[in-house]
Design a protein around this ligand. Structure first.
Ligand code: UD1
Length: 417
């Protein structure tokens, strides 16, 4: 078993490059099922979730070759429309393949998805969207069995702007005759990136990032070379790491406009932030003030994927903070672990009230989900003494070697026990 060991108290200094976003890469990989050509994707992060998605593509007959962060997909030979449970249970985003497989083969059999244990995570909106496109969906023995032989473009109204449902419907509609309109879609930057990727292969999609996405079905998609957008959650995680420890770091390959909600919350209270082109410089003296009220909501509001990390910051900030988690009902599993480290946090339902303490102390803690694991690493960077984090496989789902923070001067390493 692997563990991450952090000796806290080191400030962070230096430059670090942020890689392409997992949450952009995954729907893009699903989108490759729609193409009959060759796809070259740059800057591929070697996260476990990306590798699991590549295995799913291979099951469908797509050739995948990952070399030096370049991923080459040869999609011409895709010939299967079924994904077994042992693959979907590893990764929730396997659900995106449903829309793509349907788009390409007009039929699909996909086992229910797995992924992070951060709530019940229903897929009713995905199914509702596919049914609106005239797909017959049945559930049998843990599989979704879909018949799309009569698929046609249509209007879809999402009663909540779900990221996954928006992406799945876009993917299903791309090769479906007629016009599909998605009302109240998610507006996350990853949706815009998926639109750009599909359009670069010949799709006709407009409106991503706004209130209405329109998709005019096309007959086929061609080859493409594409670089998915930088990871805004990793960017935010590093910014918060520096705000917690103090120091002076510069992040390269970022898009500050994607994390405006975070910057507005912490700028001048917890650190200084300077943006120049694709670089973000964070200058912090390690004496952050309380972050006040932070409420997670769909983009462009504060992202749920940065909630655990900002809880870590609030734990060692002066004064009181209140964090409200609106998206996922069991996304506070990092809090009991932070309390073990000396944090003063009271949880009542979806609200966490945090009174900052002077410092945390290192101890053994367990990551039970991806971003919760990142939160514990951040806490460990500041805590007095040694923090030993287990459950590292959760962190590896979205950070390529989080111990890379040692490049910035952190005392952090991975051990095998
Ligand atoms: C995506 C991100 C994830 C992020 C989340 C919210 C990827 C691969 N994952 O997840 O990192 O935390 O957006 O920003 O991009 N919901 C329903 N029915 C559905 C679908 C969703 O009720 O059919 C609810 C969920 O329970 C949740 C909310 O909608 O409360 C948001 O979920 P959604 O936006 O779909 O998140 P994901 O796409 O799963």
């Amino acid at each position: 078993m692997e563990k991450i060991v952090v000796n806290g108290g080191k400030k962070l200094y230096g430059n670090i490059k942020v890689n392409s976003a997992k949450n952009a890469y995954l729907p893009i990989l699903a989108g490759s099922i729609l193409s009959k050509g060759e796809i070259l994707l740059h800057d591929c992060p070697k996260f476990d979730d990306i590798l699991s998605m590549c295995n799913i593509l291979k099951t469908l007959g797509i050739k995948c070759k990952l070399e030096n962060h370049e991923l080459i997909l040869n999609c011409g030979g895709a010939n299967a429309f079924e994904i077994p449970e042992e693959q979907t249970k590893l990764i929730r985003s396997s659900i995106f393949t449903l829309g793509s497989i349907l788009g390409r083969f007009k039929k699909a059999k996909v086992a229910y998805p797995g992924g992070c244990a951060i709530g019940s995570r229903p897929i009713d909106l995905h199914i509702k969207g596919l049914r609106a496109l005239n797909v017959k969906v049945e559930e049998e023995n843990g599989f979704l069995i879909c018949d799309g032989k009569n698929m046609r473009g249509s209007d879809v109204l999402l009663n909540f702007p779900s990221v996954g449902a928006t992406e799945n419907i876009m993917l299903a509609a791309t090769l479906t005759k007629g016009r599909t309109r998605i009302f109240n879609p998610a507006k996350e930057p990853e949706i815009v990136d998926l639109q750009n990727f599909l359009n670069a292969m010949g799709a006709k999609i407009v409106g991503a990032g706004g209130d209405l996405i329109e998709i005019e079905g096309v007959n086929d998609l061609s080859s493409v070379e594409y670089t998915p957008m930088p990871d805004r959650i990793i960017t935010g995680t590093y910014i918060l790491a520096c705000a917690i420890t103090g120091g002076d770091i510069t992040l390269e390959n970022t898009n500050a406009s994607h994390i405006e909600s975070l910057i507005k919350k912490i700028e001048n209270k917890c650190c200084k932030i300077y943006v120049q082109g694709d670089k973000i410089r964070v200058l912090a003296d390690g004496k952050p003030k309380g972050v006040g009220l932070v409420e997670t909501k769909p983009y462009p509001d504060f992202p749920t994927d940065l909630q655990p990390q900002i809880v870590a910051l609030a734990s060692i900030s002066d004064g009181e903070s209140m964090i409200i988690e609106n998206l996922f009902e069991t996304r506070f599993k990092h809090i009991p672990e932070l309390v073990k480290m000396g944090a003063n946090i009271q949880v009542d339902g979806k609200i966490a009230k945090i009174t900052g303490v002077k410092n945390l102390f290192g101890c053994e803690v367990e990551a039970t989900d991806l971003r919760g694991g990142a939160c514990l690493v951040l806490a460990g960077l500041k805590a007095a003494g040694q923090t030993i984090i287990s459950g590292v496989h959760h962190i590896d789902r979205g950070y390529e070697k989080i111990e890379m923070l040692s490049k910035l001067g952190a005392d952090i390493k991975r051990i095998n026990v």
